[in-house]
Write a protein that binds this ligand. Structure first.
Ligand SMILES: [Zn+2]
Length: 403
């Protein structure tokens, strides 16, 4: 056992220069999402690297969606037994603070640049982990399927959604891991999201004849109030999953993150709208919560005889795999052996691509070398040694799962 971990780490470490070079090349491809630029070009680099590593790449164009440029998924596979584990990643990045972030800087054991942590560095770990598993003959009775998607930062409907819809995710898989920047923790749960746009229609009238108007802004205040009460109630409903102690344990609801009304200061507003954005713990049923929010809004509107419309702009289920699940225990065991530190399980405060797999009953985890606190920021970086350690964990995890 011990020797196997050492052998894996040595194989990975011998490739430190090519791993760094690949990451620097990937960072240089501007894949800002939104809008979702340069996705085809970045996919071509991944395809070429996977080909070189013997990962049998296939790039599949997916239907156009929003402003995504050449949206596609890059698939790969090693091994050919029936047991299956998914390695998943996304190659879009959040917008930069400065264009210089696309020129990666390599210094003091770190690579600094947009997407190094979230999660082009994670993808490099996965590709080299899969290649090590193949080369060192660790795939036993199974295979690793690689899924790289292009639009995680805007909901993943084009990429992961496409895989789900086209039956490209096998529910019999033993596990799925996505290389999100979990700072070395295992994210075994993630919140679900429901976003609404609530619109009210009144009647415009000039201030001189204000008595003839129906003030949609006033109506909006009336409808938003009870939602605030609901938000306070949900904040007290705490999750049973472990969490970063700095993160709130309740479900979070933001009322009025965006809002607007009227056409001019001297006119009774004939229309008004506001947003509601919520992140529900895995213990909550989001269908039930959506129904409750609708009820609260409709009841408040009925009381004042207001004309209200509710549009659901986002609906993403939560996901959770117990830390005691066999697939979770094996991942913890790999981390403990390779890193020599105890594995930590945490719920991710945000929404994760694990949901597309977890919904099919697949144990699904976020685990990556990137640090969450620098992701999306101006000095985003990845520690090169952590990127290699993580690659070794992926290879060892495949070995344990597929044995
Ligand atoms: Zn990410």
């Amino acid at each position: 056992m011990e020797t196997q971990a050492t052998e894996i780490q040595a194989w990975i470490d011998a490739r430190s220069e090519e791993m760094a070079a690949l990451l620097i090349r990937l960072v240089a491809e501007d894949t800002e999402n939104p809008p979702g630029r340069g996705l085809g070009q970045c996919a071509a680099i991944l395809h070429e690297a996977m080909d070189r590593l013997g990962l049998s790449p296939e790039t599949v164009a997916v239907p156009p969606s929003n402003a995504l440029e050449e949206p596609c998924v890059v698939l790969g596979s090693v091994g050919n037994g029936p047991k299956l584990v998914y390695f998943h990643g996304h190659f879009d990045v959040v917008p930069v603070q400065d264009r210089a972030q696309f020129r990666a800087e390599r210094k003091e054991g770190r690579i600094i640049g947009r997407g190094t942590a979230d999660m082009k560095g994670g993808i490099v770990s996965m590709l080299y982990g899969a290649a090590a598993a193949r080369e060192l003959d660790l795939l036993g009775d199974g295979r690793i399927d690689i899924h790289l998607v292009c639009d995680e930062e805007t909901g993943s409907v084009a990429g992961s959604g496409y895989l789900r819809e086209h039956g490209l995710i096998e529910s019999s898989a033993l596990a799925m891991v996505t290389a999100e920047p979990s700072s070395g923790s295992i994210w075994n749960a993630a919140r679900g999201a429901v976003s609404l746009r609530v619109s009210l229609r009144g009647k415009e009238a000039h201030v001189g004849q204000a008595n003839l108007g129906v003030n949609a802004f006033q109506q909006m205040l009336h409808v938003a109030g009870p939602l605030e009460d609901y938000a306070r109630e949900m904040m007290e409903r705490h999750t049973g999953f472990s969490m970063d102690p700095n993160d709130p344990r309740g479900s979070m609801v933001v009322v009025g993150g965006m809002s607007g009304s009227g056409s001019n200061f001297n006119v009774v507003p004939g229309s008004a709208w506001f947003s509601v954005d919520s992140r529900f713990n895995p213990e909550e049923d989001i269908e039930v919560e959506l129904h409750r929010m609708r009820q609260i809004i409709n009841e408040a509107a009925d009381k004042i005889d207001a004309d209200v419309t509710i549009d659901v702009t986002q609906f993403q289920p939560s996901a959770g795999t117990e830390a005691t699940h066999a697939a979770a225990r094996l991942l913890a065991a790999s981390i403990e052996e390779i890193t020599d530190t105890p594995a930590r399980f945490e719920m991710c405060a945000g929404v994760l691509d694990v949901r597309w797999y977890a919904q099919l009953g697949i144990p699904a985890f976020g685990y990556g070398a990137g640090r969450l606190d620098v992701s999306h920021g101006p000095r985003e970086y990845i520690d090169e040694a952590a990127m290699r350690t993580c690659a070794a964990v992926y290879a060892d995890y495949a070995r344990r799962l597929l044995a």
